[in-house]
Design a protein around this ligand. Structure first.
Ligand code: WT7
Length: 617
């Protein structure tokens, strides 16, 4: 079992191989893959001996009860305030208290708890406390405007929101009447009123400190029990974006922690002693799977920073904190690259073992820039909100092929399926076509890993449509080479990826349609050197409105106010948008025109000749 050394069981640190040419693929990856089974890996889980399993216990309490009790679990770097820390034992106790506080508010199994917070101790404690109470945690991205926030609170039937006063007053309070399920709003920055009974802050809210105080008073470490959740009880709800209609709520269950753990160990090479920094916001799945749960399950010290991107600050954190594994995104790497390699060289990163990327295509230049800046090739990883954990990755010891995302992680079977006219996998008589090496089609996975989403909330039809012939269909186009490396081609649908965040075009279009001047909108992703894509909106106006630059600016501000950071950054006025026969705006034709791609070519990709696009005059 020499293969286990690659992820450090033997305490061995392998030099990282960098081979843009094609070396023979033998050794650790193959051996590990062959010998892997989820069943055997499941021996890592502690459970309670009676068939129950709780993510928060597996991530934190198991360490709090062992050798890592006094190891720092999370270091919170703040913009200006001093750095604070929580050890594994403290994280256990304080999340027990949050769970107790939630229980006192009558929150229990199945209830939804959301955060709308920057990276702060309250956020991490809410995640763990929610799981310990048996409730379901759902993160909200703090840069969302009121519309995405309200929509997700409604769709998720959320009962508790933890946020701060400014976010509450601007994004939630004006529409509180339309949120009948929302029972409690806890404000992290509100003070308890003098001599009061716990009130304070705006009506209908409660200071976090008051809720926690009640939890602390009722907490008894000797009798406290983590909710006895079953492996397939819901634990996490992550909203993701589709091309049409509402955001989709992907539901993940407690046993997902096994996949978080195994992949954090395998793809990120995490182990006790590591100082690990994941720059993804906890409002997105990367920020929970690999910003919180996976790394804690590996017993590392997590570094988290509340400040926004700043190249100098980031290099200083990598250096001064002694970060050993750094998980980030192509947009961030491109922003670092922009400042030049000189700035990197003003710092030293002797502890840094891996720089790993996720979320968008990683340009080969960025992989090689990693070698220049850090002495390490950047490792790519691929996965989705739905998969819950890394599915395809490079890993220590495996030769990197710049431009490829790596190979399926052990326990995951991937294939590329033949496309139909709509760009998605073609299903004929219930069967798909599995393509051969280097053929382009829809990337698909065989279900069976523990972090696979178990439903789209309240939408069984949509869930059913995500599968065909025993495969989960990813919606991405890819090819797999003869050695099993997976190469990303693009998305098969119209979902936009900007700065690592999926944006549903329909959600953006619906918000802009509320402006009185707007008759119709089509939204596309426009390639952008930094963000990968930015949102561009094509707008037709109602009679009586003129397409002026002032109106374009007004629409951008209108979008920004409602949607927050997922709003369009460019507006173009169009006299008539192209439609399909069924009347939908043809976003892909808009995109082809924007990019100067031949429209004819596009229509053959888009639809069969017999059902070709019909462009209205
Ligand atoms: C979509 C999933 C990645 C987990 C968090 C975001 C794109 C993801 C890569 C990559 C090219 C990538 C895909 C995928 N994507 N990783 N390494 N190279 N594209 O999850 O928000 O559900 O986004 O992100 O299009 O389907 P998500």
């Amino acid at each position: 079992m020499g293969d286990l050394a690659v992820h450090g069981r033997a305490g061995q640190r392998r030099p990282i191989e960098h081979a843009p040419s094609l070396p023979p693929l033998v050794g650790d990856y193959e051996a590990r893959r062959r010998s892997f089974s989820w069943e055997a890996a499941g021996a890592w889980l502690q459970g309670d001996g009676e068939g129950h399993l709780n993510m928060a216990h597996e991530a934190v309490d198991r360490h709090a009860e062992g050798e890592l009790a006094d190891t720092v679990a999370i270091r919170f770097l703040a913009r200006t305030a001093p750095t604070t820390e929580l050890t594994y034992a403290q994280l256990r106790d304080q999340s027990d208290i949050v769970a107790t506080a939630l229980r006192r508010l009558d929150i229990g199994p199945g209830d939804g708890v959301c955060t709308l917070l920057p990276r702060s101790p309250e956020l991490y404690l809410t995640v763990l406390g929610t799981l310990k109470a048996g409730a379901v945690y759902c993160p909200l991205f703090p840069a969302f405007g009121p519309e995405p926030v309200l929509e997700r609170l409604r769709l998720g039937h959320i009962r508790v929101l933890v946020t701060d006063t400014p976010s509450y007053l601007r994004k939630v309070e004006p529409h509180r009447d339309s949120l009948p399920d929302l029972r409690h709003v806890l404000l992290t920055d509100a003070e308890a009123a003098e001599g009061g009974d716990g009130a304070g802050g705006p009506p209908g809210t409660m200071p976090w400190s008051v809720a926690l105080g009640a939890g602390a008073a009722a907490y008894d470490p000797d009798t406290f029990t983590v909710a006895p959740t079953r492996p397939d009880d819901p634990a996490l709800l992550h909203f993701t974006s589709g091309t049409t209609g509402k955001p989709k709520g992907a539901v993940h269950v407690h046993e997902a922690i096994l996949a978080h753990h195994v992949t954090a160990e395998f793809a990120l090479d995490l182990r006790p002693g590591d100082i690990y920094w994941c720059t993804a916001d906890p409002g997105w799945v990367t920020g929970t799977s690999y910003g919180i749960l996976g790394p804690l399950s590996c017993g590392v010290t997590i570094v988290t920073d509340a400040a926004d991107f700043d190249a100098r600050r980031w290099y200083r954190i990598l250096q001064d904190e002694g970060v050993t594994v750094f998980y980030t995104a192509p947009t961030a790497l491109r922003m670092l690259m922009r400042t030049g390699v000189g700035l990197a060289h003003e710092h030293a990163f002797p502890a840094l073992r891996h720089v790993v990327s996720v979320g968008e295509p990683l340009n080969p230049e960025a992989v090689l820039w990693g070698v220049e800046a850090f002495g390490l090739p950047v490792h790519d990883t691929w996965w989705q909100t739905e998969t819950g954990a890394i599915m395809v990755s490079n890993f220590p010891g495996m030769p990197v092929r710049p431009g490829s995302m790596g190979r399926p992680v052990p326990g995951v079977v991937a294939a590329v399926l033949g496309q139909g006219a709509d760009g998605r996998a073609e299903v004929t008589d219930g069967h798909v076509r599995v393509l051969g090496p280097d053929e382009v089609g829809e990337l698909a996975l065989r279900p069976g890993w523990p972090s696979m989403f178990r439903s789209y909330l309240d939408d069984p039809d949509r869930y059913a449509r995500a599968f065909a012939d025993g495969w989960y269909l990813s919606g991405d186009l890819a090819r797999i080479d003869a050695d099993g490396y997976v190469w990303f081609i693009g998305r098969a649908d119209d979902v936009i990826k900007s700065a690592g965040h999926l944006i549903g075009p329909f959600e953006v279009e619906s918000a802009l349609m509320e402006h009185p001047a707007v008759a119709e909108v089509g939204v596309i992703g426009k390639p952008d050197p930094l963000a990968g894509e930015i949102v561009k909106a094509f707008v037709t106006l109602k009679v009586g409105h003129e397409p002026t630059p002032a109106l374009a600016r007004e629409l951008i501000a209108f979008g920004r106010h409602r949607l927050g950071s997922v709003a369009p950054r460019e507006i173009a006025f169009d006299q008539a948008l192209p439609h399909t026969r069924s009347g939908k705006v043809m976003r892909r034709l808009l995109r082809a025109r924007e990019l100067g791609l031949p429209e004819g070519d596009l229509s053959t990709v888009e639809r069969p000749a017999a059902d070709g696009p019909e462009v209205r005059p």
